[in-house]
Design a protein around this ligand. Structure first.
Ligand code: AMP
Length: 254
């Protein structure tokens, strides 16, 4: 868990407002990005890469739900407990719950040095809510990066994905295996398969993506914000492709 994401992962503190614990100096033109793409295209990996390059916060709604799921049963609100049920089945958590969670962390969106949203918005309703909030705050998105990958490749990536329970590093059972089976190369933590990466949940998640999230591609295309990126190749190759497009965008040539 990175220090700069504590406010995002834990939500509002006792004073009722989530605060960043690690804000470097204010940036003049912070990057405000959304990463789109089906589950398994590697948004989380790319978000971490971009976080290091662009100094913006990596904000993943899936990580917030997973962090909440690890909390003591009695520390979870009824809405969070319900959200866990949806998540385990691979279904989308209802918009009202997701938006409440994002809204109470809006400090992370509005006052940090930009953001890289990963896994949010995932429905048109969520995209509209975000747009309204940003318009109200007179902030604009820089771009919406859409990672594209064929379906068979997505299923292969998801079913082999293994995550470190301590540092969250991602491996692949066959393509990027750890040196010692089930042990993280970086911190020695145990590697696990996410509950929603099991075959029965993968199908449900991909259907939810097609039905609810794919329409966002057109939504952001219409707003002139879409940057399509081919998500084939190694994480480094995909990252280089992404930075190339973002560099061209900031130079006004994309
Ligand atoms: P992710 O790590 O982004 O794949 O998210 C894991 C799971 O968390 C999803 O399959 C959903 O159950 C839930 N989830 C995360 N973000 C959202 C969202 N924006 N809207 C609805 N459900 C979400």
């Amino acid at each position: 868990m990175k220090n700069d994401r504590l406010a995002w992962l834990q939500g509002p503190g006792a004073d009722g407002a989530a605060k960043c614990s690690n804000v470097p100096e204010e940036r003049k033109n912070p990057w405000r990005l959304i990463l789109l793409g089906a589950p398994g295209v590697g948004k989380g990996t790319q978000a971490e890469f971009l976080r290091e390059r662009l100094f913006a916060c990596h904000l993943s709604t899936g990580d917030v739900f997973r962090a909440a799921g690890k909390r003591n049963d009695c520390d979870q609100s009824p809405a969070m407990k319900e959200a866990m049920q949806y998540m385990r089945r691979g279904e989308l958590v209802p918009d009202a719950t997701v938006w409440e969670m994002v809204r109470e962390r809006s400090h992370c969106l509005l006052h940090c040095n930009g953001f890289i949203l990963d896994g949010f918005p995932r429905t048109l309703g969520q995209a509209e809510s975000l747009k309204e909030l940003m318009e109200k705050e007179k902030l604009s998105l820089t771009a919406v990066v859409n990672y594209e990958l064929p379906l068979n490749e997505i299923v292969r990536r998801l079913s082999g994905r293994r995550t470190c329970e301590k540092c969250k590093a991602v491996f692949h059972a066959t393509e990027r295996p750890p040196k010692v089976e089930s042990v993280c190369d970086h911190c020695g933590g145990r590697l696990f398969q996410r509950e929603d990466d099991r075959p029965e949940s993968i199908t449900v998640r991909l259907e939810a993506y097609e039905r609810s999230t794919a329409p966002l591609i057109q939504f952001y295309k219409n707003l002139g914000l879409l940057l399509p990126i081919i998500a084939q190749g190694t994480p480094d190759e995909i990252a280089a492709r992404t930075m190339d497009k973002l560099d061209r965008l900031s130079a006004g040539a994309a």
